[in-house]
Design a protein around this ligand. Structure first.
Ligand SMILES: [Zn+2]
Length: 254
């Protein structure tokens, strides 16, 4: 009886010892890596999960109803504050502005911000110019500044709609300025989140900020019909003038 039991245990022991080796495994498909004992993730023995279960299951959390409501309220506010049919341009619709003589703006808007960057103060311009300003901030100014000072937070506006003639244009001085039609904006500085400002007057041609200003100036050319900076003339030593006048010859950038 004892011998029989011992024999049974020995046989059973041999069967267990051979079990893993004799188990048939599915063949790996061409181009894939076979799963081996080495590639199976090792989990601590105490973990109450299978060694084959993914260790980190990326499962989206259900958002609390409050957050969903806040997000849709924000979206509704963005749409409500949008002008020119673009949620990235926030401001107020002003309609047609009549001025003395030829001056005036058709479909004027007061632009408070574009792509989250505050205009200080809000310029009065037309939608074509507002849209160009948005494109410039998004594709030119923001990339030029990058993470410097925490990024761009505002543009210091030193000129927008004004019924006046051109300045600093030499013989063309008596022509009406694009400002007189709400098609131009003057920018004196680019405010950073840190509170610092990249200033056209003091930073042009100087160090990193000078290089960033040069990048901004270059990126405006093409988006706007006219781009003038400190290199154009003394009247523009302290600001960038950008306008959406169109020329048959393409953009005029100096
Ligand atoms: Zn100007």
């Amino acid at each position: 009886m004892r011998v029989a039991l011992a024999l049974l245990l020995v046989c059973a022991g041999q069967a267990w010892a051979q079990a893993p080796d004799s188990t048939k495994r599915p063949l790996a498909r061409a181009g894939t890596t076979a799963v081996t004992a080495q590639t199976v993730p090792q989990v601590p023995a105490t973990a109450d999960v299978s060694a084959y279960a993914p260790r980190l299951v990326a499962r989206p959390d259900l958002r609390p109803a409050g957050i969903v409501t806040q997000a849709s309220e924000r979206q509704a506010a963005r749409i409500k504050g949008a002008v020119c049919g673009d949620p990235d341009i926030q401001g107020e619709t002003m309609g047609n502005i009549g001025g003395p003589g030829a001056c005036g703006v058709e479909g004027a808007v007061l632009v408070r911000s574009v792509v989250g960057v505050t205009m200080q103060p809000a310029p009065t311009i037309d939608c074509r110019t507002a849209s160009a300003l948005k494109d410039w901030v998004a594709t030119g100014i923001k990339p030029a500044v990058g993470t410097t000072g925490g990024g761009v937070s505002r543009l210091r506006i030193v000129g927008h709609y004004a019924c006046r003639s051109r300045v600093g244009g030499g013989s063309a001085n008596n022509r009406m300025s694009e400002h007189a039609f709400g098609r131009a904006v003057d920018i004196g500085g680019i405010g950073l989140a840190s509170g610092r400002e990249i200033t056209v007057l003091t930073d042009w041609n100087k160090g990193q900020a000078g290089a960033q200003l040069a990048d901004m100036w270059r990126s405006a050319c093409g988006i706007f019909g006219t781009v003038l900076g400190p290199n154009a003339n003394a009247a523009h030593r302290d600001h960038f003038h950008v306008d959406t006048a169109s020329y048959r010859t393409g953009s005029y950038c100096r």
